[in-house]
Write a protein that binds this ligand. Structure first.
Ligand code: ADP
Length: 327
């Protein structure tokens, strides 16, 4: 077992609400266990440049409720090269950092895994991404907030859709996974939900909307996950439906980056706090190169290589429920 005196923590990839709560938990757990903690700014880019700051429990006061990440995040192509990772390793050596906690998505975990193998630096991953697409955890930090943000926005669009008898296509985030679309869509009573995991086909969509109008519905909402490929994109999809269902007044709304921001929900803050403390405890107890996550309400860990290879499965039961309640 390695002796770990100083832990470095960074946030990488897409930001997600709750990342700050995770940073805070890591910093305070380090202090609790009398271990030094160093914040690494701007993800792997900051690691390569040695953009470090020693963090104490008071350095992270009042950030639990803030969206984004106080450590900033970045995408860093140089870290994908061995030379880039060597520079990062030299910076860690200079700062006497013995281990790393990486808060991010599967791209960040892949980088961390390579780094750990090459330079024998213990690493723990904390899943922070709004997409909820990481294997080894039922929930990623930021997902709960994002699905609530999407739901509230869809609720608002419903008001205008029903006032004008319109059909709205609403694109939500989720390039590879439909978690935000399925959950916010069910919660906001969307008529149709299109996700990458299930190809409905554009003709079935048209048929279904036609039927829906015949049952007396005056407004319709179709929630489309960014990564869904029923159409070329949400605008093309709307164009096709407009052509085939001229009786509909069709509009498009792309929710975009507002889904990443905002104060984290209670669930995200609690999850981040639990995962942050556990990450420190695992490092100090000699368990390395794993990702912490929550499975059946318990904090568990999964090998990083399994976490990046696997895929979090969409809830089939929720898909079925969604079909039933939109009748
Ligand atoms: P996320 O962590 O949210 O999935 P990205 O996929 O953008 O976000 O990855 C974040 C960063 O992780 C990249 O900018 C890069 O620095 C690092 N990274 C991603 N893939 C690799 C890889 N195959 N090798 C080394 N580093 C990687």
């Amino acid at each position: 077992m390695k002796i770990i005196k100083t832990i470095g923590v960074l946030t990488s990839g897409g930001d997600a609400p709750g990342m700050n709560a995770a940073i805070r938990a890591v910093v305070r757990a380090c202090s609790y266990y009398q271990t030094a903690c160093v914040g690494i700014y701007r993800g792997f880019q900051g690691m390569i440049e040695g953009d470090f700051e020693r963090l104490e429990p008071r350095s992270v006061h009042n950030i639990v409720k803030k969206g984004g990440t106080v450590l900033k995040s970045a995408r860093c192509d140089e870290f994908k090269t061995k030379e880039g990772r060597k520079k990062a390793y030299d910076q860690l050596r200079n700062a006497n950092i013995d281990a790393l906690i990486v808060i991010g998505g599967d791209g960040s975990f892949t980088g961390a895994m390579h780094f750990s193998k090459e330079f024998d630096i213990p690493v723990i991953g904390i899943p922070g991404t709004i997409d909820n697409d990481i294997f080894g955890t039922q929930y990623t930090i930021g997902y709960d907030t994002a699905r609530n943000t999407a739901m509230e926005a869809i609720d608002k669009i419903r008001d205008t859709a029903s006032s004008h008898n319109r059909l709205f296509f609403i694109e939500v985030m989720g390039r590879d996974a439909g978690f935000i679309a399925l959950n916010s869509g069910v919660a906001a009573g969307a008529e149709e939900i299109l996700i990458p995991e299930e190809d409905m086909g554009v003709d079935r969509l048209v048929e279904s909307l036609k039927k829906s109008r015949l049952t007396g519905k005056t407004s319709s909402l179709v929630v489309v996950s960014e990564g869904d490929d029923t159409g070329e994109n949400v605008y093309e999809l709307a164009k096709y439906v407009r052509k085939n269902l001229p009786q509909y007044d069709v509009r498009v709304s792309v929710l975009g980056h507002m889904q990443r921001g905002g104060n984290p929900s209670c669930a995200d803050r609690v999850l981040a706090s639990r995962l942050g403390v556990k990450a420190v405890e695992l490092l100090l107890n000699g368990t390395y190169n794993v990702m912490v996550g929550v499975l059946n309400e318990k904090i568990e860990h999964t090998k990083l290589e399994d976490a990046v290879k696997g895929k979090n499965k969409i809830n089939q039961e929720l898909l079925r429920i969604s079909d039933i309640i939109t009748i």
